[in-house]
Design a protein around this ligand. Structure first.
Ligand SMILES: [Zn+2]
Ligand SMILES: [Zn+2]
Length: 258
């Protein structure tokens, strides 16, 4: 879940926590978009000098809602060559987990950015998906993250290649299994043009066969989105054979039954 520091979310962590209690969740986590080494890299994340303020906001929610477990995390953009920067971020605060995500297939194009949707028209969809999964696989392989975010994000605008992407999914999942990395069921996809949880049922079926651990995330950018469509996500997980999901504390994983 996010905070206003990333410049495209609304509501303070205390409001997200209140909503979590209202919808009956017992554990939540904040994972706002992490700073890049250059603050002017883009305009949809916190600046580096706001990292302390971010941690403070989450700590306040933890104090105000002592009965709710609130984890402190970051959603970190993986770009090849940024590994050292990500290690620096990882060492700055006692994160409970780090979510690795790929939005950028090059330094100038985040495939999910609505302001750059026209870029899709200039590219072959399969090439974009392949470039995305190459980076996602490297993110899983990097050992920097406990969880990989919204694994089939390029479907956001409902633009799919005609080619079969199963081999791309498989090579990512094999790496995730080898590196013991979890993936998330992210319900934000239901709120986008693709109208589908990330990842798709077919992708999740492959993940279940590889026994990739899962988490549940609403990717809330507003308090009203906290826990959104979790009933549907739970049903999806069960339908492909999952019996457990996982949680993280101080970067250690525990499993709990669904
Ligand atoms: Zn966001
Ligand atoms: Zn993301």
């Amino acid at each position: 879940m996010h905070t206003p520091l990333c410049r495209h979310a609304s509501g303070e962590p205390v409001e997200y926590a209140a909503r979590a209690v209202a919808v009956g969740l017992d554990e939540i986590g904040f994972s706002d978009h992490s700073p890049m080494r250059q603050d002017d890299f883009d305009n949809w994340r916190m600046r580096f000098d706001q990292l302390g303020e971010y941690v403070e906001k989450v700590r306040r929610a933890q104090k105000d809602f002592p009965k709710l477990t609130i984890r402190l995390s970051l959603e970190v953009d993986y770009l090849p060559g940024q590994e050292e920067w990500i290690r620096e971020l990882a060492a700055r605060h006692p994160w409970d987990y780090l979510i690795g995500s790929v939005h950028y297939v090059s330094d100038s194009w985040a495939v999910d950015n609505p302001e750059m949707i026209s870029k899709w028209k200039t590219r072959d969809p399969y090439e974009v998906w392949a470039a995305y999964f190459d980076r996602l696989t490297r993110a899983a392989d990097s050992g920097l993250f406990e969880i990989i975010a919204h694994a089939d994000l390029p479907k956001k605008f409902n633009i799919y290649p005609k080619e079969d992407c199963t081999p791309l999914f498989q090579s990512f999942l094999e790496t995730a299994r080898k590196k013991d990395v979890a993936i998330e069921l992210n319900t934000a996809g239901l709120r986008k043009d693709c109208r589908e949880i990330y990842p798709s049922p077919a992708f999740l079926q492959l993940a279940a066969q590889q026994k990739i651990p899962i988490t549940f995330g609403s990717d809330a950018h507003a308090p009203a989105e906290v826990g959104s469509a979790f009933t549907e996500a739970l049903a999806l997980a069960r339908s492909v054979g999952y019996t457990h999901s996982c949680r993280f504390q101080q970067r250690r994983r525990t499993e709990s039954p669904l």
